[in-house]
Design a protein around this ligand. Structure first.
Ligand SMILES: [Fe+2]
Ligand SMILES: [Fe+2]
Length: 194
């Protein structure tokens, strides 16, 4: 799905069912980090790459809205918004992109790592939309799955427009293989990427 090379074991959904509040709290943090990451790209690269400003500001607004929706659901269930756990998945992904000694432009890797995070979230939300017991939550995650697929295309599109289709796709293939290795190694738990 979306170029991912390691499918998530559906048993993950059973773990999520055991701690839905934990999942929603972690998920809220993921949405917040997605908004922050879009803003940081605008701050870091908007002057040199003006075409990224409008789409990434729109993305930041959308992710902030997602944060608000997830946070509201969490509180409505009587759950607590907890301090963020370390996100081993995203941390590892950033490291393997920048630590490989290649001379890939940093912005290309930023776009592609973001696209892989969106793809993995999309894959996980699809599982939730198909397998959670609550119909309400299944519908909620179906809508978010569609957004994440769109965000995946936004980042791959930016990568291809700014760095050329061939280079962008080739690097995405390399990073997707490394992403699969990380996703296969991390223990499953009630977290979006855990
Ligand atoms: Fe989102
Ligand atoms: Fe997203």
């Amino acid at each position: 799905m979306l170029g991912l090379l390691h499918p998530t074991d559906p048993v993950w959904v059973e773990q999520v069912e055991g701690d839905l509040d934990g999942l929603l709290s972690d998920h809220a943090h993921c949405e917040m980090k997605a908004a922050q990451s879009a803003l940081s790209l605008v701050g870091g690269y908007g002057a040199d790459v003006p075409e990224l400003v409008d789409p990434l500001m729109a993305l930041a607004r959308e992710e902030a809205e997602h944060f608000a929706e997830v946070h509201k659901r969490l509180l409505q269930r009587g759950g607590a918004f907890q301090r963020p756990a370390t996100d081993d998945y995203v941390t590892s992904l950033r490291k393997i992109a920048r630590g490989d000694g290649s001379n890939t432009p940093a912005l290309l890797d930023r776009f592609l790592v973001a696209s892989l995070v969106e793809a993995r979230s999309c894959e996980r939300f699809k599982l939730l939309s198909e397998r959670l017991k609550s119909e309400d939550l299944r519908n909620f995650y179906r809508d978010l799955m569609v957004s994440e697929a769109r965000h995946f295309r936004l980042f791959t599109g930016l990568a291809e427009n700014c760095f050329g289709v061939e280079d962008a796709r080739s690097r995405l293939g390399t990073l997707a293989a490394r992403e699969a290795a990380i996703a296969g190694k991390l223990p499953l738990g009630p977290k979006v990427h855990g």
